[in-house]
Design a protein around this ligand. Sequence first.
Ligand SMILES: Nc1nc2c(c(=O)[nH]1)N[C@H]1C(S)=C(S)[C@@H](COP(=O)(O)O)O[C@H]1N2
Ligand SMILES: [Mo]
Length: 408
Amino acid sequence: MNLKILFQRNLHFGKKLIQLHHYNAILFFLLSMTGLLLFSSAFRSTFPSIRVLMKDLHIWIGVIICIPLLVYIPEMKKHVKTLSKKKNNRVNLRFILSILILLIISGFLLTFHRVTPPIVSSWALLIHDVATWIGLPYVIYHSMTRSKWFKKLEMRINKVEIKEEPMLIEDGNPIYKRRTFLRSLSGSIIVSMFLPVIARWFQPNFVSYSEKSSGLNRNQFSPIPSPNAKSVPPIGGGRKGEFRYYTITEIPKLNDENWSFTIDGLVEKKSTYKWNQFVHLERDVQVSDFHCVTGWSVYSVTWEGIPLRTLLKQAGIKKEAKYVKFYSADGVYTSTLSLDHAMIDDVMVAVLIDGEQITEKNGGPVRLIVPKMYAYKSVKWLNRIELIDYEHIGYWEKRGYSQDAWVN
Ligand SMILES: Nc1nc2c(c(=O)[nH]1)N[C@H]1C(S)=C(S)[C@@H](COP(=O)(O)O)O[C@H]1N2
Ligand SMILES: [Mo]
């Protein structure tokens, strides 16, 4: 082929590539911002009302970012050809494309998490997170070292070095050395910024171990509930997976003095328990899975507590009662179940998890669990159950979460 034509074609292609990169950079920035906001617990508590909007936005930007990628696919062969002599660029391309593919597939699965079994979303979320925490720093590095600003900086440093140490040449090309130095410097700065999060992913038990040993659980209630024989050791060896701790308020500071537990509303017998009464109520043990609507799950959790229906029957359900409303000691969070759903066997007012007291982060001393529904139903720091005859809309449901919380 005529060399001149080949050159022109490459030039044309190069321009296209640059254009593609500009669109991508903006979209990628928006995608990262919305993604990081969704991940952030500060955002969860400060702007709960736009959380659902942010999620939809993130999904749509994700879909839009696939369009330039579709434009690129037919050109890919050509692109790879132009890189036949540049090993680094080829590796770079392969890496970026694999990260993108992982993000797209896992993002797609997460978007349709309601029609897939929870185990699929757990994996998808893990992959989405890991790919983000590796891909994001890489893309920042990539776009930095390729920016005009960085190139100028490199050139300036190289010039200075050449003037000052012209004799260094025997030790290899000084320009090359300086450039590698500058690149590894910016690389390590970026990596050290992201390392804490990345490390957490590869050492998922890190947080819970340090928590146990440093006694971060400030829930010091006495007497300590003594676990049922079925709870210790926990059935099947204990839970699999990690909780992500969520709260939309500060964690309430609870102790056996200020804590109480009330059942009231449309019941025959209203009652309020103090801790030392509550701790002596008869408890049951069950193993169940715990699913958050954002995709993560914790499997085979051994919960010990009082089945909700036992509590309700003891209180005496009045005929007018249609719904059960749950309150949190944080003073803000609530959820509801219809009376029928509240009577399902595994809905439990839990006191122990895997034979241990529920930590304050995890919603202790007492939390609700509704295993068959997404965990936004499972009120943490549960301190009041009220029977009502109207439908109450819970905290997250009011802010856009589906009223139907059934897990597939
Ligand atoms: N009081 C209170 N209960 C709550 C929440 C909350 O923010 N506050 N978040 C809910 C959601 S969305 C989930 S996924 C679970 C998380 O439980 P964990 O923080 O113990 O992992 O608690 C649920 N119960
Ligand atoms: Mo959740």
